[in-house]
Every structure is written in structure tokens, then in C-alpha cells.
Design a protein around this ligand. Structure first.
Ligand SMILES: [Cu+2]
Length: 82
């Protein structure tokens, strides 16, 4: 019974990690698309968005998907992406 619980917990953890692993590139793509459309942002906001985009990619590559998603979410909020 305990082993079974452990297996279920492990597969759930793996599934959510995989979901995040897919989430980051999807968010980066949305940000890139929004940036390509010359968004109406101040130079300051644009610099911040680009930094968050770069940080998000670095975090994703480091395997820190939750932090990546959180960072990319800030950029998406500034860009008004839903
Ligand atoms: Cu990721």
C-alpha cells in the first residue's frame, strides 16, 4: 500500500514537471509574438519584459520550471497577454 502511494506520488510529480517543461516554451513563444508586434510599452517596460523573457528561458534550462513560469507570467502581464 505504501509503495503504491509512493508510485502514484512520483508519477504525479513527474507529470506536473512535464507540464511545466512544456509551459515555459509556450509562454516564451507568446512573449516573442507579442514583442514582434511592437507593443505599446515604455522603454523601461520593454527592457523589463526582455529581461524577464531571458530570465525565464535561463530558469527553464536550469530545470526551475515553476520559477520560469512565474517570471514569464510577469512579462506576459506587462504585455497584456491572456
Ligand atoms: Cu520550463
Amino acid at each position: 500500500m505504501k509503495l503504491r502511494t509512493a508510485v502514484v506520488a512520483a508519477s504525479l510529480a513527474l507529470a506536473s514537471a512535464a507540464a511545466f517543461a512544456f509551459h515555459c516554451p509556450a509562454d516564451m513563444k507568446k512573449i516573442d509574438e507579442a514583442l514582434a508586434k511592437s507593443p505599446k510599452l515604455s522603454a523601461e517596460q520593454l527592457a523589463e519584459v526582455k529581461k524577464q523573457r531571458a530570465d525565464g528561458e535561463a530558469l527553464h534550462k536550469a530545470g526551475k520550471h515553476q520559477e520560469s513560469v512565474d517570471t514569464l507570467a510577469k512579462a506576459m502581464k506587462t504585455l497584456n497577454i491572456k
